[in-house]
Design a protein around this ligand. Structure first.
Ligand SMILES: NC(=O)CC[C@H](N)C(=O)O
Length: 222
């Protein structure tokens, strides 16, 4: 089971993500943004949180056009798993790998706190260890987490079971309380909250650990 974590100038959750992947049993390599290929045999790509390229232009817009982005897109196109928390989610929407956009938080403030998330769909590798409707506590830390998409896209995401998580009390104005979205094959997950920051007893909260365990379980079964 091989994972790669992309590293952009300004990434700041890349090592946290690698720690969570390794704890779940993935052999994990860091991949610099200038690379044009992923390590051979990569099963899972992590697109980490942070402030890639200083959040200039729009969060994630420059990273979505970086050399490594083409390799990331190929990985997704051939059915590879991608986990993208926070800035990673912003990068995937900018790259067109997930629908919608992340706008500035409704209150125009950076928000850093732990929030309740309801698990909405348990048919993906990421969410299968949870119970449908289960509420988990996961930290957020962002100023552009206001998920927005047109009504048709929101209806499609809801209808296809592609809303992985919803906020219990939406902190950022996200449409339909959406906190995390899956691709149509459910192998790509983008979410604003950070499960990798709630996956070790030392974090004081392990609600996120099951997500990484679920991924490992799905990949062992392949
Ligand atoms: N923690 C993060 O990944 C921050 C995401 C993004 N740069 C924002 O502030 O919205």
């Amino acid at each position: 089971m091989k994972a790669a974590v992309l590293v952009f100038p300004g990434s700041n959750c890349d090592r946290d993500l690698a720690v969570a992947f390794r704890a779940a049993g993935f052999q994990t390599e860091m991949v610099w943004h200038k690379e044009t290929a992923l390590p051979p045999g990569t099963d899972l790509v992590g697109v980490p949180g942070g402030f890639s390229y200083g959040d200039y232009l729009r969060c994630g817009a420059i990273a979505a056009r970086s050399p490594v982005a083409a390799a990331l897109r190929n990985h997704g196109d051939r059915g590879g798993y991608v986990f993208a928390p926070c800035n990673g989610f912003q990068i995937l929407t900018e790259a067109g790998m997930l629908p919608g956009a992340l706008l500035r938080n409704a209150g125009l403030k950076y928000i850093c706190k732990t929030v309740g998330l309801r698990v909405e769909d348990t048919e993906s590798a990421f969410t299968q260890p949870y119970e449908k409707g289960q509420v988990i506590d996961i930290p957020i830390a962002h100023h552009e987490g206001n998920y927005t998409a047109d009504a048709e896209t929101i209806a499609r995401l809801n209808g296809e079971g592609r809303v992985a998580f919803r906020y219990v009390n939406t902190p950022n104005g996200a449409t339909d309380d959406i906190a995390g979205v899956l691709s149509s094959n459910k192998r790509v997950l983008g979410m604003m909250p950070h499960p990798e920051r709630a996956s070790d007893p030392a974090h004081g909260n392990t609600d996120g650990a099951a997500l990484f365990a679920g991924l490992a379980q799905a990949l062992v079964a392949v």
